[in-house]
Design a protein around this ligand. Structure first.
Ligand code: ME8
Length: 514
């Protein structure tokens, strides 16, 4: 069982922000979940370093473009390390192997009769690295703006090579029909279908007015369009053209995770390129929504780019990861708010989860000398609790497998509420006072086993917290699916540590809004 997951490769025109971190964190959560489920996972991320946007940023910084890219790529790598991202490889489009693969790929498209020379006349948006037709741009008097990012576009008139994208409209429509889950969510799929139904124009895939890119193999005056160069990263990284065995193992990708604004490149242009060279298409493209700050898209030019390090330092990595997935419905747009983050920390994490563990371990310490008691005869709410666990676990798998990550967390927190109810309703403090050790032992065992199950299910989202829970309950195995399948994994008699609360509550008065 293999699973190949990718993030977009990020432009190195500026430092990473919470937006790039968001996609990378989500991909990390899915990769960790699949590993937990026993899959052999390849998780790819990297940087997109060619094109005018990056070149201009290097020029503005007064730096040689390669040197500029080296510095920025390092910042991305460093941030992913700090955020404990478990990518298996980091690709850069200036890597020699990648550049060679791009040249060969385009040469093959040409050999197959899909690339021809022509004159491009039209608009170009440098921030989006996108060509636009006259009827697509926004006109205000003499000025023309990008329909995507609303910034000014430039008129381009040059001899380019074109890709016969139009030829792939019908094959793509057929593919969409035969693979209804190819693009998700479904409203994003419908947007793509609309574009396909409207017809496709051939795409300019080279430029001659600057040099910062991959030169075409037999016409090096032309550098290959940055998007064509970038999309090929998904196969160059896993051996296409240089390691067949590795390539055949991982391709096709199981999931390209992207933001909604680059869906057309991934769900139309990339599949057409793959069809042109005769490669299978990725199994799924999932286009998630945008994080906004006060309703505005995060961008460096708006000056509202948020550095994830700030929040990680202030609240912890797991808290930031939890907040992003729980509070922002995965797939939709959502506003990043420190106030909401603090609310989630205080109520979901500290009160519902951390405090529950704290109460259980305190009683095990007090009545059983810090050793996990054995469960005895099941009665009262015991079977209800177990039933609730098995329902939750089944729903969890279904939701995680269909990337409904927010709903998966919702389900887990419903279960946490039930464990709290179980603990409150069975009144272990009274059982203790009455000296009913047998019943008390059963209640505490069940409660702790339930919290252990929560730690297993939240492991992909909050890896450090779960590891801490495992340490406290003396669970020393490599956590895997099997531990989630059965009830009663914790060993009676093992040491239970009653430590500091898992999460520290923040007094709303103590934080300054950013
Ligand atoms: O588009 N909210 O790179 P890029 C959510 N190099 N996600 C966001 C976001 C936000 N506010 N801002 C950025 C490129 N992202 C190309 C990709 S792939 C072959 C080439 C995330 O640096 C989201 O995943 O502009 C988005 O699609 C991506 O970063 C864009 O990154």
């Amino acid at each position: 069982m293999k699973f190949y997951i990718t993030t977009p490769i990020y432009y190195v025109n500026s430092e990473p922000h919470i937006g790039s971190a968001y996609t990378t964190i989500v991909a990390d959560i899915i990769a960790r979940y699949k590993r937990f489920m026993g899959y052999d996972v390849f998780f790819l991320t990297g940087t997109d370093e060619h094109g005018q946007k990056v070149l201009q940023a290097a020029q503005q910084a007064g730096k040689d473009p390669q040197e500029f890219c080296d510095e920025l790529a390092e910042k991305f790598k460093q941030l992913w390390k700090e955020l404990k991202i478990t990518n298996d490889y980091f690709i850069r489009t200036t890597d020699e192997m990648h550049m060679k693969t791009v040249q060969e790929f385009v040469a093959k498209m040409k050999e197959n009769g899909d690339v021809y020379k022509g004159i491009y006349k039209g608009w170009y948006c440098v921030p989006c690295e996108t060509f636009w037709n006259e009827d697509e741009v926004i006109k205000e008097g003499e000025e023309h703006f990008c329909p995507e990012c609303k910034r000014p576009v430039k008129w381009v008139e040059e001899e380019n090579y074109f890709f016969r994208l139009s030829k792939y409209r019908d094959p793509l429509l057929k593919y969409y029909e035969e693979h209804p889950d190819f693009v998700e969510p479904d409203f994003r799929r419908n947007e793509m279908l609309k574009i396909l139904e409207g017809g496709l124009k051939d795409l300019s895939i080279t430029r001659t007015t600057f040099k910062w890119g991959v030169p075409m193999k037999d016409d090096p005056e032309h550098v290959i369009y940055v998007w064509v160069d970038a999309l090929i990263n998904y196969i160059s990284a896993i051996g296409y053209g240089w390691n067949d065995e590795m390539f055949n193992k991982w391709w096709p990708a199981d999931l390209h995770l992207i933001g909604k604004e680059i869906n057309r490149f991934h769900s139309i242009i990339w599949p057409a390129m793959l069809m042109s060279v005769g490669l299978p298409l990725p199994k799924k493209v999932f286009a998630h929504g945008w994080l906004t700050v006060n309703g505005q898209k995060i961008s460096k030019s708006l000056g509202n780019a948020i550095d994830p390090r700030f929040f990680v330092k202030r609240y912890g990595n797991d808290v930031v990861r939890y907040y992003l997935i729980r509070d922002i419905m995965f797939g939709k747009d959502g506003d990043f708010s420190e106030e909401r983050l603090v609310h989630r920390l205080n109520s979901d994490l500290a009160n519902d989860y951390g405090n529950l563990l704290h109460r259980i371990t305190a009683m095990i310490k007090k009545y059983f000398n810090g050793r996990l008691p054995s469960p005895s005869a099941q009665e009262g709410l015991d079977s209800w609790l177990k039933e609730r666990f098995f329902e939750t676990k089944d729903a969890y798998h279904e939701l995680m497998d269909s990337y409904r990550l927010t709903e998966a967390l919702d389900k887990i927190w419903e279960f946490i509420a039930d464990v709290n109810k179980y603990f409150n309703d069975t009144k272990p403090w009274i059982l203790g006072k009455e000296g009913n050790m047998e019943r008390l032992g059963t209640v505490l065992y069940n409660s702790l086993e339930a919290v252990f199950k929560v730690a297993l299910m939240t492991l992909p989202v909050m890896p450090d917290t779960s590891k801490e829970v495992f340490r406290r309950v003396s669970f020393e195995e490599k956590p895997s699916k099997e531990h989630l399948e059965n009830w009663g994994v914790l060993k009676s008699g093992s040491t239970v540590i009653h430590g500091e609360p898992l999460f520290r509550k923040i007094d709303a008065k103590d934080f300054k809004k950013v």
